[in-house]
Design a protein around this ligand. Structure first.
Ligand code: HPA
Ligand code: ZN
Length: 315
């Protein structure tokens, strides 16, 4: 493997990727013809986490029904296929769909149809919005449970971890697990290591971001010893201000401490990135060797929730 071309060719997996966040400014121009280029640029120009959540909400609101979701899925899968991503766990913010009082079924059928026609193997993670509370999250978990043999592999929580503490969701996670869903949670992205501990107490098997674990050596050892991977999204953390600067990102420290990590884009349309670019950043900014990158690529398959669906070796 050498440089961007090698990274491009390498078969990869992506595990932390929001469908809604894959919408680019260009696609947004089609979804919101009433919005000027200037407005789109301004909304996509967020500088902090609150601004990011606002933008995410604005984009998601414009995915008005099955057709728009299908269009976004088609574009995302074309990009993934072009990058040689062979397996993707894509998060659908079912929480937004419920909040809009829409039915999940026609939307899920539409995105599944797109996935079926793609060379990328797709599994779905249904995500609830932490700051909408436990009742809302239970509705998402129930919808996910109905689809557990139909492409949904996991349940997760995203949104604001400060305004929606993990403790609220103990019953929801218990229910989801009992129904055969695998468990993930965004945590330790903008809140500290205690938030990651709380997610682990819920039974989360992977942590979305989890970067603040670096501030707690006991937690770092726990993640390493229990083989709990962090879904690392470098550009996301820079764009939302979760880290002060690219240089300040703890990915290297976490990796060197033996914490399993997987590289991801999170919201590639909102952060103007691709999975190939995230690997390239890891190499160019953090000195990851080809051997390191190969190991991280393998982690993408190793820590997938749908083991049987994953090619056992890069093709
Ligand atoms: N964190 C919190 N909320 C989100 C994210 C994220 O990474 N992506 C989409 N909504
Ligand atoms: Zn995310």
């Amino acid at each position: 493997m050498s440089g961007m071309a090698g990274l491009q060719r390498l078969p990869k997996a992506e595990l932390h990727l929001h469908l809604e966040g894959s919408v680019t400014p260009e696609l947004m121009g089609q979804l919101a013809p009433e919005a000027s280029q200037e407005e789109i640029g301004r909304r996509f120009g967020f500088r902090d986490f609150a601004g990011f959540l606002e933008c995410y909400k604005w984009v998601a609101e414009h995915l008005r029904g099955p057709e728009e979701y299908a269009m976004a899925t088609r574009r995302l899968l074309a990009s993934l296929a072009q990058q040689n991503v062979r397996y993707a766990e894509i998060t659908l913010s079912a929480g937004v769909i419920i909040w809009r009082k829409q039915e999940l079924a026609p939307i899920y059928d539409a995105v599944q149809r797109e996935a079926a026609g793609s060379p990328v193997t797709v599994r779905w993670n249904l995500d609830a919005i932490r700051h909408f509370g436990a009742e809302h999250a239970m509705q998402v978990a129930e919808l996910a449970a109905e689809r557990v043999s139909d492409g949904v592999v996991s349940f997760g929580i995203g949104g604001d971890e400060v305004r929606g503490p993990a403790e609220w969701f103990a019953e929801v996670y218990k229910f989801a697990s009992a129904r055969g869903l695998r468990l993930t949670a965004h945590a330790g992205e903008i809140a500290g290591p205690e938030s990651v501990w709380s997610a682990l107490r819920l039974g989360a098997e992977r942590i979305g971001h989890g970067i603040r674990a670096v501030d707690d050596p006991v937690l770092v050892r726990h993640l390493r010893d229990h083989n709990i991977p962090l879904e690392i999204c470098i550009s996301s953390n820079v764009a939302t201000g979760a880290v002060e600067s690219l240089r300040a990102h703890p990915v290297r420290r976490l990796y060197d401490a033996g914490v399993p990590i997987v590289l991801n884009t999170d919201d590639p349309g909102l952060f103007d990135t691709t999975l190939v670019r995230e690997y390239d950043l890891a190499a160019s900014e953090f000195g990851f060797s080809e051997e390191d990158l190969t190991r991280i690529v393998e982690n993408g398959f190793r820590y997938a929730f749908a083991r049987s669906a994953v090619p056992s070796a890069p093709l």
